[in-house]
Design a protein around this ligand. Structure first.
Ligand code: S3P
Length: 172
């Protein structure tokens, strides 16, 4: 483990389709750390899919559950955590992330995000008449907050491998 990240939670933030889980998993492998995905942990705890949670309980309830799960997870540091795109918008969650580790924003072009999310069209927030416009609005709302992350990694078209190396280099 790199000494600068000794015992820390490495937390990936950014929009849907940014690659938080793919890159997070790789980094965890490279560093020999456990990997968690907040959406997966929420699904396990609730015994239903994110889509169902939104349908049955609504977004507000989802956000409460999301906060609770992330606050618990990061206590298990050292670890790598991929968060759902809205998690970092919550002030308490953000504070806990900053107290326990390093936040890494994966910043990706709109067109690439749209290409990726259209391959897995299950995200409740994008079930709109114009998902691209919805994503653009989320970008406008969220970028000022994502920018509070400790590290911003601009990701264009490089492979997950070179992106992961880039993240590790930036952590040193
Ligand atoms: C959300 C992103 C999703 C999931 C939920 C809400 C968001 O996670 O948590 O659909 O608010 O951006 P991913 O970023 O992993 O798609």
């Amino acid at each position: 483990i790199l000494s600068s990240i000794d015992n820390q939670a490495l937390v990936f933030v950014g929009l849907m389709g940014a690659g938080k889980s793919v890159i997070g998993k790789r980094i965890a492998n490279m560093l020999g750390l456990p990997f968690y995905d907040s959406d997966q942990e929420i699904e396990k705890a609730a015994q239903m899919s994110i889509k169902e949670i939104f349908q049955i309980y609504g977004e507000a309830e989802f956000r409460i559950l999301e906060q609770r799960i992330i606050l618990n997870l990061i206590k298990k540091r050292p670890l790598v955590l991929a968060t759902g795109g809205g998690a970092y918008m919550n002030q308490d969650t953000r504070q806990a992330i900053h107290q326990n580790g390093i936040s890494i924003w994966l910043k990706v072009d709109l067109d690439i995000l749209m290409q990726r999310v259209s391959k897995r069209p299950t995200r409740p927030l994008l079930q709109t008449a114009n998902p691209k416009e919805t994503m653009q609005k989320l970008m406008e709302q969220r970028y000022p907050i994502y920018a509070k992350a400790n590290l911003t990694i601009n990701s264009y078209k490089e492979s997950p491998y070179s992106l992961a190396k880039n993240v590790i280099r930036s952590l040193q």
